[in-house]
Write a protein of this length. Structure first.
Length: 378
């Protein structure tokens, strides 16, 4: 997806309006997904300050280290007509930002509430505290996540392309799962394939074999994969446009035990029911309960130890979270993972994960490889 200037201009305007409605005088956005969402600029997160100054009213501006100005101008940001203000090595960039905030130097009229992006480094937050002693600093996250979690048709198309790319990798996993290979060796093959399938970066590779499959975020180890193992493979990356993939499938080197087959069938039924339950108006916690109730009824409730899922977009984990306690109703354009799991500590585990998008009248799954246990022929 190429960022069209009018899309970014619209995002900036909507963020300003949302900030004003939330009672913020300005947003300060440092490098990360929020900055990329608003300007298309994938700035490097460095010790030198790069910061979008987005006043609730008036013109936004971009403060950058002088040596980063050419990169900023070459990015989609350069086409937005924003004032790009460079600072030199001996300048105080925080004082520069403070001087450009609404009402700077006006005493009573000065910015009173400033929203900072949620992933701003602590050293930058505290430097803003130093130059803005009279301002209340709050999180910009609630304002920006409200915009970011409602995906446009173009964003859904980006997520669909990311889903197809990770599906292509899952189709090849049986080639690499062989007795005698380590998780790390298999993980390297998968990482290479994630890039070959069109991703710009590899975000994570989880190859949880045997008992390691019972640790949801295991990643990789030197454990040697053995005949008879079940393996959880959870993989994802970011495409060149920044949109992320994330899908989990399960593999067995030979036929599984009766114990494993029994709970895998429960998990598959639960995950399928959850995917089919996606629609506008169902709440995050109701969707979580659709799968959790089935798993609990089968006697595995205490083995499903995490939430059902997380939103996805320019970050792998973002709003909305599909979790008990969240009464947020789903809306068209929201995209999120559905990934219930059952984990038997010390033995094995399973998780099935698809990315789903809420549509006007239901939902769409963006991962289309088989959800069944894939038995690898030895």
């Amino acid at each position: 997806m190429t960022h069209h200037t009018h899309d970014l201009t619209d995002r900036l305007a909507r963020a300003q309006k949302a900030a004003a409605e939330a009672g913020m005088d300005a947003l300060l956005i440092s490098p990360g997904a929020d900055l990329r969402y608003l300007t298309g600029y994938e700035a490097l997160p460095l010790e030198r300050l790069t910061c979008l100054v987005l006043p609730a009213g008036g013109d936004p501006l971009m403060v950058v280290p002088a040596l980063e100005k050419p990169a900023a101008e070459a990015s989609p940001l350069g086409g937005l007509g924003l004032d790009i203000v460079p600072w030199n090595e001996t300048d105080d960039p925080y004082a520069l930002v403070a001087s450009r905030l609404p009402g700077a130097g006006a005493g009573a009229g000065a910015a009173r509430t400033v929203g900072l992006d949620n992933h701003m480094w602590a050293e930058k937050v505290l430097n803003f505290r130093r130059v803005l002693p009279g301002a209340e600093q709050v999180l910009a996250g609630p304002v920006l996540s409200d915009l970011r979690m409602r995906k446009t048709a173009a964003e859904v198309e980006s997520l669909r392309a990311a889903g197809a790319a990770i599906d292509a990798v899952h189709r090849r996993v049986p080639e690499w799962l062989r007795p005698g290979r380590t998780e790390r060796e298999v993980g390297q093959d998968i990482a290479d394939a994630i890039l070959a399938a069109g991703h710009a970066t590899v975000d994570f590779v989880i190859v949880g074999s045997g008992p390691n499959g019972a640790s949801p975020h295991h990643e990789l180890s030197d454990r040697v994969i053995q005949a008879g193992d079940q393996v959880v493979v959870d993989i994802g990356g970011a495409m060149p446009d920044g949109y992320c993939s994330d899908s989990t499938r399960n593999y067995s080197l030979g036929a599984p035990s009766a114990e494993y087959a029994e709970y895998f069938a429960v998990l598959l039924a639960a995950q399928t029911a959850q995917c089919e339950a996606v629609r506008p108006g169902i709440t995050a916690e109701e969707l979580d309960a659709v799968g959790r109730d089935l798993i609990t009824a089968a006697g595995y409730g205490d083995k499903f130890i995490h939430r059902t899922g997380h939103g996805i977009g320019l970050e792998t984990h973002e709003e909305p979270y599909i979790v008990s306690g969240s009464a947020r109703p789903l809306e068209p354009g929201m995209a999120f993972s559905i990934e219930p799991g059952i984990y038997l500590a010390g033995k094995h585990g399973a998780r099935i994960e698809d990315i789903a998008v809420c549509t006007a009248d239901g939902g769409e799954r963006l991962n289309l490889t088989t959800r069944e246990l894939v038995v690898v022929d030895l």
